[in-house]
Design a protein around this ligand. Structure first.
Ligand code: ADP
Ligand code: MG
Length: 560
């Protein structure tokens, strides 16, 4: 009887599985029919009776009016013309998702091959397919829709950090990334960095107009270098709009994890490469940070407390890749240290007018204008009125005074801020000087913290969220903080587990606020502070967001 029940259950499950299979297949056929039904843009029939048909959204190969293969144009990797003994062939390489019932969709390589009767026609078709596929991607995913797509090969400068992640970045690039870039017909200039800071110094002088994008093959730390190098250029305002692509071959890959999550793609090197090849450009926020040793720029994360300690103290386990964070987390939770200090922030919904006057009020030398309305140009907020206040003047007029730190260092040498002769970068009208109290419309919290993690993106690392609300280029700082006396070790283990799923913000000891600027002032003399996973000099620091100042390659739908 029990055996019979078991078989009945098995048979029922089999039926359900088969039914689900049928439903999926029918849905796929219907979807295909819908797009297949669209009228052809062009078609070509060869002497063997095969035809290639280019439609708005897909390319198909037919034999006697019956489809023998097809690929969506948005899934095309590249198109090649091959001339061999057996004639001229056109090869369309695709990287479509293959549907699996009980598994998430994975992408895999496929190709369509069709013979042509002449070189010239094959070449024409190659260009036609590439241009149409770029058009489709531009319309669906590109936030900027700049110039008309062409069939020209894309040019990249690839920066590889040989010590990033498990130290296998060069090997991963050669074996997993380069083959896909070759299929896409991309032209790459590859630079393997020789020392920490190499990419940053290279970015100060590199001819950025010679490439379509900079590809970073490392973790978030190399991005930090690249952005800081770019922001040190006199032409930073244009240079920061250079498109950046990122490959997750470091151990902290927060940007790539966030981009793939938003694109609903599995986290993998192949999918990250595909996202780069697609070429759709999305905005990325950039933040100015004033630290005790001068101005830094970052794009993704800042941390103080347990998350920063885990990140930096787990460096010694770098060889095991992302697993290092688990070891680091266990040791930091068992130690359970408190991090006293002050967290201040300017709430996201603070009125611009209040912010300007409260920043201006606190400047000793300032004489605030009454109607200091801001305009947004290229994501940089600049005051419409000229004032003598170095916090709100436009960088165009007096670039050397736009940085708060210059006069700050002169007024207060103990702060030890590096005074660069050429200070560039966007103005930071929401922040006071680091040595002064925060403006009056900021919120201040004095506490013994367990953690403060700040992010403008969804992920802190692969499989580790800061908040699902954030997305690359969202223009908002998401500040998460927890106080030490409200959290037990068990709470922290639960927190780490729930951060993996992204539902930790519902925990009662986790506070989340949305901000435009923030300041962290640790009470202790030494400790760890990180920006984009990189350690910065310990001491007070503050940052302000410049929404959508930078650009990144990301295959995700546009948001309104
Ligand atoms: P990971 O995610 O593995 O930490 P990152 O991209 O964050 O990888 O890079 C880690 C560090 O390596 C950064 O501080 C970066 O500046 C540094 N770095 C870059 N190139 C080199 C190099 N050739 N040798 C040593 N360090 C380097
Ligand atoms: Mg790193």
């Amino acid at each position: 009887m029990i055996e019979f029940e078991k078989y009945k259950l098995l048979i029922r499950n089999l039926y359900i599985t088969r039914l689900l299979n049928y439903i999926t297949i029918i849905a796929e056929i219907m979807a295909k029919d819908e797009s297949a039904g669209s009228s052809p843009i062009d078609s070509y029939e060869n002497s063997n009776g095969y035809s290639i048909v280019l439609k708005n959204e897909r390319v198909e190969i037919l034999r006697e009016q019956k489809e023998v293969g097809s690929v969506l144009l948005e899934d095309v990797l590249g198109v090649h013309q091959v001339t061999q003994d057996d004639g001229v062939k056109l090869v369309v390489h695709g990287f479509p998702k293959t549907k699996k019932i009980f598994r998430s969709e994975a992408r895999s390589l496929m190709k369509l091959v069709v013979h042509f009767d002449s070189d010239n026609t094959a070449e024409e078709w190659k260009k036609k397919i590439i241009v149409q596929s770029r058009k489709v991607i531009q319309e669906k995913y590109d936030w900027y829709q700049g110039k008309e797509p062409s069939a020209d090969p894309r040019k990249y400068l690839v920066l590889i950090n040989p010590v990033g992640g498990k130290g296998k970045a060069v090997h991963i690039f050669r074996t997993q990334v380069q083959p896909l870039l070759n299929l896409a017909g991309a032209e790459c200039q590859v630079v393997v960095t020789e020392y920490a800071g190499h990419a940053q110094s290279m970015m100060k002088t590199f001819d950025l107009s010679s490439v379509d994008a900079l590809i970073i093959a490392s973790g978030d730390g190399l991005l930090f270098e690249v952005v800081n190098g770019i922001m040190e250029r006199p032409d930073w305002e244009n240079a920061i709009t250079t498109t950046i692509g990122i490959l997750p071959v470091g151990s902290g890959n927060a940007l790539c994890a966030s981009l793939l999550y938003e694109a609903e793609e599995e986290f993998s090197v192949a999918n990250a490469t595909f996202q780069i090849i697609c070429g759709a450009v999305a905005p990325m926020d950039v933040l100015t940070a004033n630290t005790v040793e001068g101005t830094k720029y970052f794009c993704l994360l800042a941390a103080f407390g347990i998350i920063a300690d885990i990140d930096i103290e787990s460096e010694k386990y770098r060889r095991i890749g992302e697993l290092r964070f688990i070891f680091g987390a266990i040791s930091c939770i068992l130690r359970k240290k408190a991090y006293p200090g002050k967290l201040s922030y300017l709430p996201k919904d603070a009125k611009l007018q209040d912010t300007i006057s409260s920043v201006a009020d606190s400047q000793v030398t300032s004489s605030p204008k009454e109607d200091g309305e801001l305009v947004v140009t290229n994501g940089v907020e600049s005051p419409t009125n000229e004032t003598s206040d170095n916090c709100i003047e436009s960088h165009h007029e007096t670039p050397s005074k736009t940085n708060n730190d210059v006069s700050e260092a002169a007024a207060n040498p103990t702060v030890g801020i590096e005074v660069n002769s050429v200070q560039t970068g966007p103005p930071t009208p929401f922040m006071n000087k680091l040595s002064e109290p925060v403006p009056s419309n900021w919120v201040e919290i004095d506490a013994e913290f367990m953690n403060i993690s700040v992010a403008t993106i969804s992920h802190l690392a692969h499989d580790f969220f800061n908040t699902k609300q954030a997305y690359v280029g969202c223009g908002t700082i998401y500040l998460l903080y927890a106080e030490a006396n409200l959290t037990s070790r068990m709470d922290l283990f639960k927190l780490m587990d729930r951060m993996g799923k992204g539902n930790h913000t519902e925990m009662n000891f986790v506070n989340m606020v949305e901000a435009k600027a923030f300041r962290i002032e640790p009470s202790e003399k030494s400790g760890i502070l990180t920006l984009d996973g990189e350690m910065i000099p310990f001491g007070p620091f503050q940052a302000q967001i410049h929404p959508q100042l930078g650009r990144v390659l990301g295959r995700r739908l546009k948001r309104t």
